[in-house]
Design a protein around this ligand. Sequence first.
Ligand SMILES: [Zn+2]
Length: 70
Amino acid sequence: MAKNKIVYEPKKLTFKEKRMIVKAQKNLFSDKEPEMWEHYCEEEKTEMAVGKGEPCNWCGKKEEDCESCS
Ligand SMILES: [Zn+2]
């Protein structure tokens, strides 16, 4: 007597779920807007936005140095 085989089929995604995944991936990868971090620059005496991961051109501060500023 053959045992009943239990087959776990992978859950099939509905059309709506696929659309949601594509949309989420687009948001993650096609965002060309460069990320910025802001701080009050002591050198320029104003709020400065600096590219993510880059130190400030004026005062040399990095985002990590200035977490309380943002
Ligand atoms: Zn600065």
